[in-house]
Design a protein. Structure first.
Length: 120
C-alpha cells in the first residue's frame, strides 16, 4: 500500500512539473515576435510622448509598455542612464501615485506611467 501511495504522489508531482513548464502558472500575454532582450534594452514601445503635469501634483512621467522580465527599477535605470536618481522608496511612492498600483504588481504587456527625474 505504501508503494502505491508513493507511486501516485510521484505521478502527481511529475504532472504538476510538466504542467507548470508547458502552461505556466503565472499569467502572461502572448509572445511578441522579435527578440525580448532587444525590446527590453531599447524600450521602443513608448505609448505616448513624455508628458508634464503641474508642479506639486505629480512628477514628470512617460508611459511605457512593460515587456516580460521588466521591473520598475530596471526601467527607471534605463531611462536615467543606468543609475537611480532618487532613493528606491521615492521611486515606488511616485510609481504608486502615478498608477494607483504597487510596483510589484506590474504585468507584461500593460502600459504604465514611469516617473522621470531631472537634475535640479
Amino acid at each position: 500500500m505504501k508503494q502505491f501511495i508513493i507511486l501516485v504522489l510521484s505521478f502527481a508531482i511529475i504532472y504538476a512539473i510538466v504542467y507548470d513548464i508547458r502552461s505556466g502558472t503565472i499569467p502572461t500575454v502572448p509572445a511578441v515576435s522579435g527578440d525580448v532582450a532587444q525590446q527590453n534594452s531599447q524600450y521602443s514601445k513608448f505609448v505616448t510622448d513624455t508628458q508634464t503635469v503641474p508642479a506639486g501634483v505629480q512628477p514628470t512621467f512617460t508611459v511605457i509598455e512593460v515587456a516580460p522580465g521588466d521591473t520598475v527599477l530596471g526601467i527607471i535605470e534605463q531611462l536615467h542612464e543606468n543609475h537611480l536618481p532618487v532613493p528606491i522608496e521615492q521611486i515606488t511612492e511616485d510609481f504608486l501615485s502615478l498608477n494607483e498600483l504597487e510596483a510589484s504588481e506590474i504585468r507584461a504587456g500593460q502600459a504604465y506611467r514611469f516617473p522621470l527625474y531631472h537634475d535640479s
